[in-house]
Design a protein around this ligand. Structure first.
Ligand SMILES: N[C@@H](CCC(=O)N[C@@H](CS)C(=O)NCC(=O)O)C(=O)O
Length: 185
């Protein structure tokens, strides 16, 4: 989220609250100060408006700061594809990565989410011959979709790896990495 705020030039307009979370290794604990309904991060409060889930927060903020051009606006012919990538992230890519991490396989899971190989083919086809999902132009969809690979490592596909490198050298990504390196929760 920090990367997005930096890209949007919105860092001055937000208060960043650092909270504790329960980690997979059993360390940490949900923070009683965290209003997230599941005790997770990230969470955005915009006045009384509460937005949770990375995909929703990123769309919400990118639409909130349209002058930066990180969003694809509602009347644009590519808006449908743009929204589809966000839904695909939450509904397909993130579950696939979690299932792989957990070492789980089942025909129903495969039928629902397909496979990691198919997901990578999907991404590769979208990226072939262009820098980002929507051509030369980095959007909030790139910011979200490359994000798991920023901490998991690249998948080893030349087209996808080069896109991840481009996303990770953006001013937002480098700012977020420097910030995270300084903050221990
Ligand atoms: N699908 C959620 C995942 C959120 C999530 O699981 N965040 C992790 C940190 S990366 C967390 O808060 N873990 C603590 C917990 O599950 O209690 C999103 O994209 O916002």
């Amino acid at each position: 989220m920090l990367a997005l705020l930096k890209e949007l030039g919105a860092l001055e307009e937000v208060n960043i609250e650092i909270v504790t979370i329960q980690r997979l290794d059993g360390s940490g604990a949900p923070d009683p100060r965290n209003p997230h309904p599941d005790g997770k991060v990230p969470l955005l409060m915009d006045g009384d408006v509460q937005v949770w889930e990375s995909a929703a927060i990123i769309q919400y903020l990118a639409d909130r700061f349209p002058a930066t051009g990180l969003n694809i606006p509602p009347d644009h012919p590519q808006r449908g594809a743009y929204l589809s990538w966000f839904a695909w992230y939450s509904g397909v890519l993130e579950p696939l990565l979690v299932l792989e991490f957990a070492g789980l396989q089942h025909p129903v899971l495969m039928n629902t989410f397909r496979t990691k190989a198919e997901a990578l083919t999907r991404l590769r086809k979208a990226l072939e011959g262009q820098d980002f999902l929507f051509g030369k132009h980095f959007t909030a969809a790139d910011l979200l979709l490359h994000s798991p690979y920023a901490w998991m490592g690249k998948p080893g596909d030349p087209v996808i790896d080069a896109w991840i490198d481009r996303c990770m050298t953006r001013p937002g990504a480098t700012f977020a990495m420097e910030f995270d390196a300084q903050v221990q929760v």
